[in-house]
Write a protein that binds this ligand. Sequence first.
Ligand code: 5GP
Ligand code: SF4
Ligand code: MG
Length: 462
Amino acid sequence: CGVFGVFDNKDAAYLTYLGLHALQHRGQESAGIAVSDGYDINLKLGEGLVTQAIKDEDLQSLKGDIAIGHVRYSTAGGSNPKNIQPFYAHFYGGAFAIAHNGNLVNAKEIRNKLEKEGAIFRSTSDTEVFVHLIAKSKNPPPAHVILHKNDEEFIPLVFDAMRKVKGAYSLVILRENQLIAVRDPYGFRPLALGKNRSGSYFVASETCAFDIVDAEYLRDIQPGEVLVIDDAGMRSYFPLDETEENTKQNYKCIFEFVYFARPDSNIFSDWVYEIRKEMGRALAREKKIDADVVVPILDSGMLAAKGYSEESGIPLEIGLIRNHYVGRSFIQPVQEIRDLSVKLKLNPVQQVIKDKRVILVDDSLVRGTTSKKIINMVRKAGAKEVHLLISSPPVISPCYYGIDTPTKEELIASNKTVEEIREYIGADSLYYLSLEGMITAANKYKQKGFCTACFTGNYPVL
Ligand code: 5GP
Ligand code: SF4
Ligand code: MG
């Protein structure tokens, strides 16, 4: 998913709409905007792309200076109109709206407990436990935190919710007079802070959303940080006990660099473009192939292919053309639709491929179904040899932190050896970037501390 927030701008809803556009790649199932005019919070939620979910006339009616927004694809909870975010709630402490990127690992437990106590849930999403935990909290803030007077009532409730949930959450919370940004102590998902020339503040999953609203990237929200923005300024709190096991450690999702984030974004204070290309260079150092042409599997394989081509000296050609009127195929939750959309999405260029030894480069191999079809297509277009290079290691385990990898059974690398996968997809050779190669590529640009659980099965929190 993608989240966005803006504080102190008369066009808050419109800027959120633009920001969500830039984050569209993070979720295409639904979109929503919540706006506060200082007294009241109003929402518009809809299914589909941002342009389908929210119309011009909706924006006219969303008046106010503070807003948050969300684009969603289903990880926890399934695709269901009830799960469209932001979620809105009203309780004794006032009204608030919340939007979440990530996935909680103990949401079921918390939910069962709350339901037994009489709580009524209106969605199947893990995000809703935040709403209930905030509304029910009775606990005082931790002793080491000194609160600004504006924060004495609501903010401790957020702290308390953070203490109870486990897993991945980058949150934006809207109150009548505040914008709040929260990142889990592991730092799984990105969340950045920006500011424009007239002094409006922005929060977004990726900095590409700042570019579209002419805001400048200031810094990341830190793991475990609660950032509060209101008329009194900006305050940051670190409420989780610093001695707690995982606090202050870093488990940034490396898959964001491999695949998920946009290459023109800065996430985790580094540029996706550089790191993704470096992964392709690393691939070329690890695996040399005698071939005529390097062809990216667009769009996600583009930069790794570029890196591979530069490092190996084999020319890069756009031998597969992408139809841009079809979305990311995996985001369609139904298998039949996904199958069809591969063909709709990519088509080989005969002139590039015929009689050539082709190296195809992709960012990741998940189910193997797309790759199999593409290789078949490229062969039909007359390739002499087809080699597939993947700029990440085999995906062997599902993600529980907010990326929609399928179940273990559907992950081809959890059931098959590399040689069996090669045979299944019909490639002349198949090579994956090593785990070390991937991590080193990301580290080359000063990054440290990644979650690699989908590649290793080592989950930082369960
Ligand atoms: P496959 O050959 O595994 O079916 O598809 C691989 C390609 O699709 C890669 O380009 C990868 O970016 C994308 N992809 C396919 N399925 C998924 C999925 O379930 N989750 C993610 N994150 N990416 C996927
Ligand atoms: Fe990212 Fe994989 Fe970790 Fe999920 S399991 S957070 S996709 S690295
Ligand atoms: Mg792809």
